[in-house]
Design a protein around this ligand. Structure first.
Ligand code: URP
Ligand code: ZN
Ligand code: ZN
Length: 455
């Protein structure tokens, strides 16, 4: 045995129990008591919780977007992830029109091999079927362990939007090859209509970012996506769900037995659209925007009642000077916010304060993401799985500040947020990569997670 974590309280999605964990060659090899300690590193986790490393199933690292590139590289993004208890990130490589997706994936793999500090997987964003050849390429991608593909109903001028026909073709193909389609659901035409109107009226503050994409703009697209998925009988994963009406429609479809998965993000659970009225409102500009209190309440309720399947971050930070491009025109603000280091501590703090259970947090941030996306070695503290382990001190108080984060961005929407409890150690396949506020990992340690398809 290389590592023994003893005296801790282990959290699974369904149980909380005292036991020790033994790790050999990066795998969990035993869970029990009184393991022989000779030659092993022994960690005493007394009075602490022992949790699976989180999976952030939604990040945009070094992504060209909004006239710039998102601020975290694969190095700094995965470093920050490790310091927030995340041991696997899913990135979204973005296909430029005309590009082959296998080339894109190979390019990203080459970067991650050098830079990634924790394990990584890809959902590939498809913007163009290249006359149909991408549908064939998807099959090869699945064989290589990329089993999910994202498309956007929005971002027309960025060249990222797909039409309904393309979306339908992707759903049909995904079903045939055991893959999943992830969808960004907002209605592009309504957004354009609203923006045109607000610009004419000189309404250019970040508040109008929200008003150009309010609840019903997201709800229409959620319902449309669900409608297509239901009728084509294809699985569908709705990313960054933020509105009540769309959420309820998706949950209804799930209840009818359709394979619909719903992700939401901590920013929608913490902030409402009121942030866009703040002096620094532009820093909160992301799409979909934060919604009203009713939507936020509905999201928390769905977390408690099982309607929401996963929490992920949509981590896509930009520097202050880039957010400032939209000081006088919200349409010029690059869309996206930071979150990779905050998701697990934020959700665990909610559990520590009694809002939800720790078991629920593990289910949403670890186990479900692994199951839904075919990460067979990840997602729970089980014998045979990777030793991706977080030790959490429920008594440690922590206030988030850009100064104690490990990303490359220069501000955070989470500034000043007080958390009750905080991760104190993160192990990635048995290797200690974070301890007490310090990153201890190394670029190049992270490995590609080859996922299994759904067939
Ligand atoms: O504002 C966001 N969410 N930026 C990242 C791209 C996306 O839509 O997921
Ligand atoms: Zn999106
Ligand atoms: Zn995203």
């Amino acid at each position: 045995m290389d590592l023994i974590i003893k005296n801790g309280t282990i959290i699974s999605p369904v149980a909380t129990y005292r036991a020790d964990i033994a790790v050999t060659d990066g795998k969990i090899t035993a869970i029990g008591r009184n393991f022989p300690e000779e030659g092993a590193i022994v960690i005493d986790a007394g009075n602490k919780l022992v949790l699976p490393g989180a999976i952030d199933a939604h990040t945009h690292l070094a992504m060209p977007f909004g006239g710039t590139i998102s601020a975290d590289s694969y190095m700094s993004g995965t470093r920050a992830a490790a310091c927030g208890g995340v041991t696997t990130v899913f990135d979204y490589p973005l296909q430029k029109k005309g590009m082959k997706i296998l080339d894109l994936i190979n390019d990203k793999k080459a970067i991650c091999e050098k830079e990634a500090c924790i394990d990584y997987a890809f959902h590939c964003c498809i913007t163009d079927l290249n006359g149909g050849e991408i549908l064939d390429e998807m099959e090869k991608a699945v064989e290589e362990g990329i089993t999910s593909f994202k498309c956007f109903f929005v971002y027309k001028k960025e060249g990222m939007m797909v039409d309904d026909g393309t979306f339908a073709k992707l759903l049909i193909k995904a079903k045939e090859i055991g893959a999943m389609i992830n969808i960004h659901a907002e209605n592009p035409d309504l957004i354009d209509l609203n923006i045109e109107k607000f610009m004419k009226e000189g309404k250019t503050s970040p508040w109008y970012h929200y008003l150009s994409r309010p609840e019903f703009v997201e709800a229409e697209a959620d319902k449309r996506a669900v409608h297509w998925a239901k009728n084509l009988q294809s699985p569908l994963y709705i990313v960054h769900m933020a509105d009540k009406e769309g959420l309820e429609a998706a949950i209804d479809a799930k209840k009818e037995g359709h394979e619909i998965y719903i992700e939401t993000c901590p920013q929608y659970l913490e902030f409402t659209c009121d942030v866009y009225k703040r002096e620094d409102g532009r820093n909160f500009v992301c799409s979909p925007p934060m919604k009203g209190q009713e939507s936020q309440d509905a999201l928390w309720n769905a977390i408690k009642t099982g309607g929401i399947d996963t929490i992920a971050t949509d981590h896509c930070p930009f520097q202050s000077y880039e957010k400032d491009w939209g000081k006088d025109d919200f349409t010029k603000i690059p869309n996206g916010c930071a979150g990779i280091e905050n998701m697990y501590p934020y959700m665990l703090s909610a559990a520590n304060e009694g809002k939800i259970t720790f078991n629920k947090v593990v289910e949403l941030c670890c186990t479900n993401s692994a199951k839904i996306f075919g990460c067979t070695e990840k997602g729970s503290l089980t014998v045979g799985k990777d030793a991706d382990i977080v030790i959490y001190d429920p008594n440690k108080e922590f206030t988030i500040s850009v100064d104690n984060m490990h990303s490359d961005y220069d501000h955070t929407i989470w500034e000043g947020k007080k958390l009750s409890g905080y991760p104190v150690m993160t192990f990635s396949r048995g290797k200690l990569v974070y301890k007490d506020g310090k990153f201890l990992g190394e670029p190049g340690w992270g490995k590609f997670v080859k996922r299994v398809g759904r067939n």
